[in-house]
Design a binder for this molecule. Structure first.
Ligand SMILES: Cc1ncc(COP(=O)(O)O)c(C=O)c1O
Length: 385
C-alpha cells in the first residue's frame, strides 16, 4: 500500500474495514450517533414515500424545508436569511462542505485552517486547487484558534478562514469574544468565513456557541454549514444545508444543481418533520452525551491520560505521546489486539501523531468496556509487549 493510500481519510476507512471483521468490536472512532432516528421523523419519511416520492425537488431544496431551515437558524443561531434565495439543502454536511469550498476557493487561493480539523476540508480544498494555511491549536490552550496567529497567517492570496466550532476532532468551542475578533480580522482583510456549526447543539459546561453570521457585518461574508446527521441522529439520511448571502448562495445552488441536483425528497420531508416537530429527542440525546462525556473524562483521568477538555461536540482528543509511538500504530494495536477502534490523530493532521480521537457515541456499557480494553492495550504497549 502506498503511503498516501494509508493516510487521512484512507487510513480511517482501512481501520473501519478491519473493525467490521470483528464480531465483538467496540467502535469509539466513528462520529455517527448511535441513537435511532426519532420515530416521528421516520413516520414522515414513510408518509413521503407513499405520497411525495415523485415530487419535483428543486436543486436548492423543497421550499417548506428551506423555510424550516431559515426559522431554525434564526431561532438557534440568530442568523437572518431569506429562505427563497439564501438557503441551499445538501446531501449531508459532507456535500455542504465541498460546495462551500468550491463556491469560494479558486485555484491558488489560500484558506486559513485552525488545526487539527475535520479531514475532509483538506480533501475539498485539494479538489478546488486551493492551498491550506495551517494555524496550530494545542490542548494546553483548550485548542483555541488564537486570533493573533490567524492574523499572522494572512497573505495576499488569503481568501477564506475556516471555523469549525464546536470542533472535530479537538472539541473546542470558539468563544464569543474570539468569534468577534476573527470576524474583524476577516472584514479587515476581505476574507470569507466558512463556518461549520454541525455540532452547535452540543456545548458543555458554561461554553457558548456563537455564529459569526449573527454578528454585525458577519452575514455578508459568512457561509454557515449545518446538517441533521448529528443533532437528530440522521447520518444515513444525508441532509444538510448552507445559508449565506444571496450572491454567493446563487453560486452554491448552481454547483449543487450541477453536482447532484436536489436531495432525496423522502429525506427532505423527514427533515421538515425534524426541524418543525418536537425537539425533546434532541435534548434527550444531548443529555446522554453530557453524561457519557463525564464518564470518558473520568476514565481518562484515572488512566492519567491528558486531553484537551471537550467544550462541545462529541469527541475527546487525547494525548498518547507517552507511548512514544505514532498514533496510527497505537490505533492499529488497540484494534487488532483489543478490538477497540479509536481514530489516530495523524489521520486529521500530520502534526498530530501523538493523539487519539475517541467519541462518546456509544451506550455507557460499551464505553466502559471500550475504555477498559484501551487501558489493557496501553498497558501492553508500555510494557513493551
Ligand atoms: C465538522 C464536520 N463537518 C461536516 C461533517 C459531515 O457531516 P455529514 O455526516 O452530515 O455528512 C462532519 C461529520 O462527521 C463533521 O464532523
Amino acid at each position: 500500500m502506498s503511503k498516501k493510500q494509508d493516510q487521512g481519510t484512507n487510513l480511517l476507512y482501512r481501520l473501519i474495514g478491519e473493525a467490521r471483521t470483528y464480531d465483538d468490536v467496540i467502535v469509539m472512532g466513528r462520529g455517527d450517533p448511535d441513537f435511532d432516528t426519532p420515530a416521528h421523523i421516520v413516520a414522515a419519511a414513510k408518509e413521503a414515500m407513499i405520497h411525495h416520492h415523485a415530487d419535483h425537488a428543486p436543486p436548492e431544496g423543497l421550499p417548506a424545508l428551506r423555510e424550516a431551515i431559515a426559522e431554525r437558524v434564526k431561532r438557534v443561531n440568530n442568523i437572518d436569511v431569506d429562505p427563497a434565495t439564501e438557503v441551499v439543502v445538501t446531501n449531508g454536511g459532507q456535500e455542504a462542505l465541498f460546495l462551500m469550498v468550491l463556491a469560494v476557493i479558486a485555484p491558488g487561493d489560500e484558506m486559513i485552517v485552525p488545526e487539527p480539523n475535520y479531514n475532509t476540508y483538506a480533501d475539498s480544498l485539494a479538489f478546488a486547487g486551493g492551498v491550506k494555511v495551517e494555524v496550530q491549536t494545542w490542548p494546553n490552550d483548550a485548542f483555541r484558534a488564537d486570533p493573533d496567529l490567524v492574523r499572522a497567517a494572512i497573505s495576499e492570496r488569503s481568501r477564506a478562514l475556516l471555523l469549525v466550532s464546536p470542533n472535530n476532532p479537538a472539541a473546542s468551542v470558539i468563544s464569543p469574544a474570539d468569534t468577534a475578533e476573527l470576524l474583524d480580522i476577516a472584514s479587515e482583510n476581505d476574507l470569507m468565513i466558512l463556518s461549520d456549526e454541525i455540532y452547535d447543539l452540543f456545548v458543555y459546561d458554561d461554553f457558548v456557541h456563537t455564529s459569526p453570521a449573527a454578528l454585525p457585518g458577519g452575514k455578508e461574508r459568512t457561509l454557515t454549514l449545518n446538517a441533521l446527521s448529528k443533532a437528530y441522529s440522521m447520518t444515513g439520511w444525508r441532509l444538510g444545508w448552507i445559508v449565506g448571502p444571496a450572491d454567493l448562495m446563487a453560486r452554491v445552488a448552481e454547483l449543487k444543481a450541477a453536482i447532484s441536483g436536489g436531495a432525496s425528497v423522502i429525506s427532505q420531508h423527514a427533515g421538515i418533520a425534524a426541524l418543525t416537530g418536537p425537539q425533546e429527542p434532541v435534548e434527550m440525546m444531548a443529555e446522554a452525551y453530557r453524561k457519557r462525556r463525564r464518564l470518558v473524562l473520568d476514565a481518562l483521568d484515572a488512566m492519567g491520560m491528558k486531553y484537551g477538555l471537550p467544550q462541545g461536540g462529541q469527541f475527546v482528543f487525547a494525548d498518547i505521546g507517552f507511548t512514544g509511538l505514532d498514533s496510527a500504530e497505537v490505533a492499529q494495536r488497540m484494534l487488532t489486539e483489543q478490538h477497540v477502534l479509536a481514530y489516530p490523530g495523524s489521520a486529521f493532521s500530520k502534526d498530530r501523531k501523538d493523539y487519539l480521537r475517541m467519541t462518546f457515541l456509544q451506550p455507557e456499557d460499551q464505553l466502559i468496556e471500550g475504555l477498559e480494553r484501551m487501558k489493557t492495550a496501553m498497558g501492553s504497549i508500555m510494557a513493551g509487549q
